[in-house]
Design a binder for this molecule. Structure first.
Ligand code: NAD
Length: 338
């Protein structure tokens, strides 16, 4: 079977990771990535052997910088079956008409609204809803993190109400424009957008979210309180987390007390870019009291959505019908345990 030809538009935090993950798949071919300016990142894309495509109006600046390009972004769209749009939030929507005119499928990221595509994607919760779709949207890092744990718990024990506080990293590690900040900044527009974003995939879920920006770049942290319809034991909840795809249990008792140690663990695992693709739940911080479940989880914002993008390509391009089979294939290629 011919490989699916993939282009990545936007080569920043998410785009460079999606490109690397696509290049690892035996059923996909990375046709190339786009850069708007002849920056060091354009040079590192070339060094990795990726085809480089640029906006037509910027071709000359790449020539002047001596950076070899394969063509324009329009040229890339002529050579791919699907494009993964990793441009900054709300820029993706400017490209939608272009993708449609070129007749290519397109995946957008969580910075775009659900309304742009009408379908949002999470491998655990709704893999099949993007089957054969022309457009889909991989939800944001926080929403992906919530769906990975809430969906399996809801399936088994039915969630009556979810209350989540998101302690957000102020900026990504490579971002020198936005932070870190000196202070804690609550999101005063309540409830925050995260709950409705989870509902774009689990519309039946009663979920309430608040968020606080914190002086860190490493990871987000969620405090989760769930009122369940039944009264499971803590052990039964831990069994769900052990089996849930892309969820990793760690113990505070083992010395993993903060997000800093989770990042150190990712480095020790030899992960590409020190990425932690799994949602990390503190095993000794999971507790059920009556029908109320409490837990903490950490989300590596730069990487948790990357395997989801790969599975989304498989669903949209009808490469693999079974969610678990696609997840297993993606996990194997990226060194994710389960
Ligand atoms: P980024 O700023 O790191 O990267 C965006 C890239 O797009 C940059 O290389 C930029 O030069 C390029 N770009 C800008 N305008 C462009 C244009 N008109 N055409 C082509 N390329 C253009 O952003 P990011 O953090 O990778 O975010 C990308 C998307 O992923 C957003 O929707 C964001 O909300 C979502 N997302 C980000 C994170 C995160 O924590 N960084 C996590 C999950 C999802």
């Amino acid at each position: 079977m011919a490989k699916i030809r993939v282009g990545v538009n936007g080569f920043g935090t998410i785009g460079k990771r999606v490109a690397a993950a696509v290049a690892l798949q035996d059923d996909m071919e990375l046709v190339g990535v786009t850069k708007t300016r002849p920056s060091y990142e354009a040079k590192s894309a070339l060094a990795k052997g990726y085809g480089l495509f640029v906006p037509a109006e910027n071709v000359q600046s790449f020539k002047d910088a001596g950076i070899e390009i394969k063509g324009t972004i329009d040229d890339m769209l002529k050579s791919v079956d699907i494009v993964v749009d990793c441009t900054p939030g709300n820029v993706g929507e400017e490209y939608k008409a272009k993708y449609q005119a070129a007749g290519v499928k397109a995946i957008f990221q969580g910075g775009e609204d659900h309304a742009l595509t009408g379908i949002s994607f999470n491998s655990t919760a709704n893999y099949s809803e993007s089957w054969g779709a022309q457009l889909s949207r991989v939800v944001s890092c926080n929403t992906t993190g919530l769906l990975r744990t809430l969906n399996p718990i809801d399936k088994k024990f039915k969630i009556k109400n979810a209350f989540v506080t998101i302690v957000r990293r102020a900026a990504d590690p490579g971002d020198s424009k936005n932070g870190p900040i000196n202070g804690l900044e609550p999101s005063v527009k309540l409830p925050t957008h995260h709950g409705p974003d989870v509902q774009s995939i689990m519309p039946w879920l009663n979920i309430n979210t608040m968020a606080v920006k914190a002086s860190t770049t490493l990871m987000h942290l969620h405090t989760v309180v769930l009122q369940l319809e039944s009264e499971p034991t803590t052990e039964e909840i831990l069994e769900i987390f052990k089996k849930a795809p892309r969820v990793r249990l760690v113990k505070s008792k083992d010395g993993i007390k903060t997000t800093a140690q989770i990042m150190e663990l990712a480095r020790d695992l030899g992960r590409d870019r020190s990425d932690m693709y799994e949602i990390v739940v503190w095993e000794d911080g999971v507790k059920v009291v009556g029908n109320t479940l409490y837990y903490y989880q950490a989300v590596h914002q730069e990487s948790d959505v990357i395997p989801e993008n790969i599975d989304c390509i498989r669903s949209m391009c009808k490469l693999e019908q079974d969610a678990a089979a696609s997840q297993a294939k993606t996990n194997k290629s990226m060194g994710i345990c389960h």
